[in-house]
Design a binder for this molecule. Structure first.
Ligand SMILES: [Cu+2]
Length: 731
């Protein structure tokens, strides 16, 4: 009923899952997906990247990739996907980047659910809510992401499929699972996790727990990157009632992140407690296959600038408490008709955000950063798929609406006695006419509170993907997209200059603009896939114009209060305001592999993207440099080994507007091996950055921590040599 469109999705499977699928055929994973859900990624062919024990029966669609299950989240898995990368602000805060776009521009869903974090600086990124151990697979759409993949797919779409409770339709009680321990030498990180599946008849339950912690990392030349210590606990369950033609499930996930460093941001994580629950199911009715999901997430987050990092000025101690509560839903139906497959869907979420900044050393100090912010999004979509001779076509249209509002804000600074600010004398003797901090705070507050803050955007997204089989070995992908993104709540409602920017980490303070327009992208992607028994190579080129691209720009005369406030409060001479500008992104990426013989495989990924402003002569901020990796893998009966060279070029195309610093290129070598003792015990071990190279990742941000071994505002170094091991017992 469905047909494949080849290279637009890549799936990375957890090695653990493949571990438990030893006796099953290579595509058990895909088959499983197809059974679980008859939509999304399953209707297009995916490249399954997995680790199989018996690699003799090489399938041309398969290649070898890393998906370490002892990492604190999935963001590093992205590095094996062409075009994808990670903006890292700390060890547990990896923000997905795809072809130069990141953050809210990318749809990141867990089992189809949009995950909205509590942190206004994305400390709890969507991917941080996943637990590698219970991840079934991770899919990144290549080319134009289908509109069915998420509400906002302007920058692409990532979907993580979590393991679900599995019923084996046997009247006997069946119990199976995995226990895993892992450790990492550089930061002495430790992971202990376990998952267990209990099934009887058509009822099944899956239960898991995951505990991780690590110290601060050291770079290649033994510089301590502080604070990068972290601690995280996750627990959860999936309960499922499965019948022949229907299924009902309940999932609950608890994520508890304790003190975890984010040296690229002005504060570190004190805690993130989140509860995520959902009900889902599927059934068929009148020939339609229906899928439904209702979800609820409650996240409570605290961050400080004095607990994990040195702060010698108690007057400047800050604690930021932020909460996010989200209700989400998704309902789809699909059916096969003579003219093709039709999928109709309805999805959306209601998100509430609050954020307050206090100083524990001064009970009087309080800034209401975001108050009762509502960010609600609704979508309605239809997708059609059909095959004509050698051409497969997928066309989708999504109507979407974003409604947002914010309550009134307040600040204790507006009450400060003018002389208390003590700032006038610091302003180079221009004190006579300078407004006091209290005047500025009052002005910004009143301006915000007196503005109509209720806004809405209605947009239409269109995605067209085609794949034509040109010959037995060669296929052509052509995709066109019209995609929109309504502004984020930070971009709209940041009323006093601060760095609550969804993790931009550029060191600038920002103010928002309630009346921002939606971004509109016009996208094109062309790709070829050449595939034989031994060889696969899939190059893509892409181009997109984004009108009304939201970018920080220098403040004008009308924002004089904000400008002075940024200077007085944060010493920031380059505060920025979220503004609609025009941008374009273009580039190319390729992945491929070649089997020298049944035992040895070579593979490579290369990604290149440029991001430029169209209204002025400048580059976009935090764009990955030219980067790639080349690896050689050896597979034998019960072990395999892999050698990878990871490289990045210098990034000289930096954003002047953001005061972005250039970075140098580098190359590092990683090795790893895995050994299967038997069907139940697997050891994986390796060394990352084998030659202990000192280098900086362009996407790693600048150091914001005073008194450490890295100068403030220097680009943060990356992790030096680190040996690691993971031992998994499956039962
Ligand atoms: Cu935070």
């Amino acid at each position: 009923m469905t047909f494949p469109i080849k290279p637009i999705a890549l799936v990375i499977s957890s090695i653990l899952l493949s571990g438990s699928l030893f006796s099953v055929n290579t595509f058990a994973n895909n088959t499983l997906d197809a059974n679980n859900s008859a939509k999304d990624i399953d209707d297009i062919e995916v490249i399954t990247i997995t680790n199989q024990r018996h690699h003799l029966a090489i399938d041309s669609n398969e290649s070898y990739a890393q998906g370490k299950t002892t990492e604190p989240d999935l963001s590093h898995w992205l590095l094996s996907i062409p075009g994808a990368n990670v903006n890292s602000n700390g060890p547990v805060t990896g923000i997905a980047q795809y072809r130069g776009l990141f953050g809210d521009r990318i749809s990141t869903t867990l089992d189809g659910q949009a995950v909205i974090g509590a942190g206004p600086n994305s400390m709890d990124t969507p991917l941080s809510y996943s637990t590698p151990l219970i991840v079934d697979s991770m899919t990144v759409y290549r080319g134009i992401a289908p509109i069915s993949a998420g509400i906002n797919t302007l920058g692409g779409a990532i979907d993580v499929k979590m393991r679900k409770a599995e019923s084996y339709n046997s009247q006997k009680l069946a119990i199976d699972g995995d226990v895993q321990v892992g450790s990492r030498s550089n930061n002495n990180a430790q992971t202990l996790s376990s998952v267990i599946n209990i099934a009887k008849g058509n009822i099944a339950g899956l239960f898991y727990g995951n505990v991780q912690k690590g110290d601060s990392m050291e770079s290649g030349d033994n510089t301590q990157i502080s604070p990068t210590d972290f601690a995280k606990r996750q627990f959860g369950t999936d309960l499922r009632y499965v019948r022949d033609d229907s299924e009902t499930g309940f999932s609950y996930h608890y994520t508890d992140t304790q003190d975890s460093g984010t040296p690229a941001l002005p504060m570190d994580i004190e805690y993130i407690y989140s509860h995520r629950a959902s009900l889902d199911g599927k059934f068929s009715l009148a020939g339609w296959q229906a899928d439904w999901l209702l979800g609820y997430t409650d996240a409570d987050h605290g961050m400080t600038n004095f607990e994990m990092r040195l702060n010698s000025n108690p007057e400047k101690y800050r604690r930021n408490n932020a909460t996010g509560i989200t209700t989400n839903y998704k309902f789809t139906v699909n059916k096969e008709f003579l003219f093709g497959d039709i999928e109709l869907g309805l999805d959306g979420y209601f998100a509430d955000h609050d954020s307050v900044i206090t100083n524990p050393m001064n009970a009087m100090f309080e800034v209401v950063n975001f108050n009762e912010v509502k960010d609600n999004r609704f979508g309605l979509f239809a997708q059609w798929q059909e095959t004509f001779n050698d051409t497969k076509v997928q066309l989708g249209v999504r109507l979407k609406r974003a409604e947002s509002d914010a309550g009134e804000v307040a600040t204790s600074m507006a009450m400060m006695m003018p002389m208390n600010s003590g700032m006038n004398s610091n302003m180079g003797g221009m004190n006579a006419t300078m407004p006091s901090m209290a005047d500025l705070a009052k002005d910004l507050r009143d301006n915000f509170n007196n503005t109509d803050r209720s806004v809405s955007d209605t947009n239409v997204d269109i995605a067209l993907s085609t794949e034509t089989q040109l010959s037995a070995d060669l296929s052509l992908y052509v995709g066109l997209g019209l995609k929109n993104r309504a502004p984020s709540y930070q971009e709209r409602y940041l009323w006093t200059p601060m760095e609550s920017t969804g993790g931009l980490a550029d060191g600038n303070t920002y103010i928002g603009d309630i009346n921002l327009e939606s971004e509109t992208a016009y996208q094109a992607d062309i790709g070829l896939t050449y595939q034989t028994q031994k060889t696969m190579i899939a190059p893509h080129v892409f181009y997109q114009n984004i009108d009304n691209y939201i970018q920080g720009t220098a403040l004008g005369m009308e924002d004089m209060s904000a400008k002075m406030m940024a200077q007085m409060m944060a010493g920031d001479d380059n505060p920025l305001k979220f503004t609609n500008v025009d941008a374009k992104l273009y580039g190319a990426d390729v992945n491929g592999h070649y089997y020298i013989n049944d035992q040895i495989q070579l593979s490579a990924i290369i990604s290149y993207v440029r991001g430029e402003r169209r209204d002025i002569n400048d580059n976009l901020y935090r764009i990955a440099p030219l980067n790639g990796q080349v690896s050689a893998s050896y597979f034998s009966e019960n072990w395999s080994a892999n050698l990878a060279l990871v490289m990045a070029g210098a990034q000289e195309n930096v954003s002047l507007t953001n005061d972005e610093q250039e970075s140098a290129g580098y190359g590092i070598v990683n090795i790893d091996a895995q050994y299967y003792f038997n069907n139940s015990l697997t050891l994986r071990a390796g060394v990352d950055n084998l030659f202990d190279k000192e280098y900086q990742n362009h996407l790693g941000g600048y150091n914001r921590v005073k008194g450490g071994e890295v100068p403030v505002m220097d680009r943060l170094p990356a992790e030096g040599m680190s040996a690691w091991a993971e031992l998994t017992y499956s039962f």
